[in-house]
Write a protein that binds this ligand. Structure first.
Ligand SMILES: O=C[C@H](O)COP(=O)(O)O
Length: 245
C-alpha cells in the first residue's frame, strides 16, 4: 500500500505563508512513492488548492458533525469538498482534550466527511499514564471502536500516542507496529477483508530521520506529521526517506 504522508500544520501559517510554502514545495518537489497531503488551517485551503504542486493532496484539520444550518463558526464537509479537500483529520487528541470531543462526536464527523466524499483520518491514542499502566492497547482499541461507530471503510486511522506528540519522544518503530497490528485486527473484525486496504498512520515526533524505520513496519502505512510539516526542507527529507519504501 502506498504510504500517506499527512502534513498537519495545526494552527500555523497564514494564507500568505501558505502561498510561500507551496511555491517553495513546487520548486523542489519530486513525486516519490509516498502520497503527500497537507492538512491545512481552513483559511489557507483555497490558497493551497491554487498553489500546491500536482500530485500533492489537500486536507482539513476538522469538520462539523452537522450537515448545514445554524452552527456558527462551523465548516461543513460539503464546504470542504467544494474546495477540493480529499482528507479531513477527525478526533485529533488536541480536539479531544481542548474541545471535549467524544468518540461519538468523532464518529459523527467521520460520517459527515464520508457522506461528502472526503476521507476522514480518525485519530486515536493513549496518554502517558495509560501507557505506564500497560493499558495502551485496550484503551486505544476502545477509542477506535467508539470513533468508528457507523463509519464506512473509506477511512484512514492515525495512531498517535499523546505522550509522543510535539515532545520529541517518538514511540519506537516496534511500539508503533504493536498498536498498528492491534488496530488492523480490530478493523478486520469490523470490516472483514476490506481492513487490509485501510491505511494506518503513526503520528508523534516523526521526522526525516525516523520516518523510514517506522513506515517499514508491516501495518504502518504512513505518518501524520505535525512539527516537521512546517518546513519544506523537512517535508522533502521525509518524502525522500520514503522514496524506496
Ligand atoms: O498531527 C500530528 C501529530 O499531532 C504529531 O505532531 P508532532 O509531529 O509535532 O509530534
Amino acid at each position: 500500500m502506498r504510504n500517506l504522508l499527512a502534513l498537519n500544520w495545526k494552527m500555523n501559517k497564514t494564507p500568505s505563508e501558505a502561498r510561500s510554502w507551496a511555491a517553495e514545495l513546487t520548486e523542489r518537489y519530486e513525486e516519490g512513492n509516498a502520497e503527500l497531503a497537507v492538512m491545512a488551517p481552513a483559511v489557507t485551503i483555497s490558497t493551497l488548492a491554487a498553489n500546491l504542486p500536482a500530485g500533492v493532496g489537500l486536507g482539513a484539520q476538522d469538520v462539523s458533525a452537522y450537515e448545514s444550518g445554524a452552527y456558527t463558526g462551523e465548516i461543513s464537509a460539503g464546504m470542504l469538498a467544494d474546495l477540493g479537500v480529499q482528507y479531513v483529520v477527525v478526533g485529533h487528541s488536541e480536539r479531544r482534550d481542548y474541545h471535549g470531543e467524544t468518540d461519538a462526536v468523532v464518529a459523527a464527523k467521520a460520517k459527515q466527511a464520508q457522506a461528502n466524499g472526503v476521507v476522514p483520518i480518525v485519530c486515536v491514542g493513549e496518554k502517558l499514564d495509560v501507557r505506564e499502566k500497560g493499558e495502551h492497547v485496550p484503551f486505544t482499541l476502545e477509542q477506535l471502536s467508539g470513533s468508528l461507530e457507523g463509519v464506512g471503510t473509506d477511512v484512514v486511522i492515525a495512531y498517535e500516542p499523546v505522550w509522543a506528540i510535539g515532545t520529541g519522544k517518538t514511540a519506537t518503530a516496534d511500539d508503533a507496529e504493536e498498536l498498528a497490528a492491534a488496530i488492523r485486527g480490530a478493523l478486520e473484525q469490523r470490516y472483514g477483508k476490506k481492513a487490509a486496504d485501510i491505511r494506518i498512520l503513526y503520528g508523534g515526533s516523526v521526522k526525516p530521520d525516523n520516518i523510514a524505520s517506522i513506515c517499514a513496519k508491516p501495518n504502518v502505512n504512513g505518518a501524520l506529521v505535525g512539527g516537521a510539516s512546517l518546513k519544506v526542507a523537512d517535508v522533502l527529507g521525509m518524502n525522500d526517506a520514503l522514496k524506496d519504501a
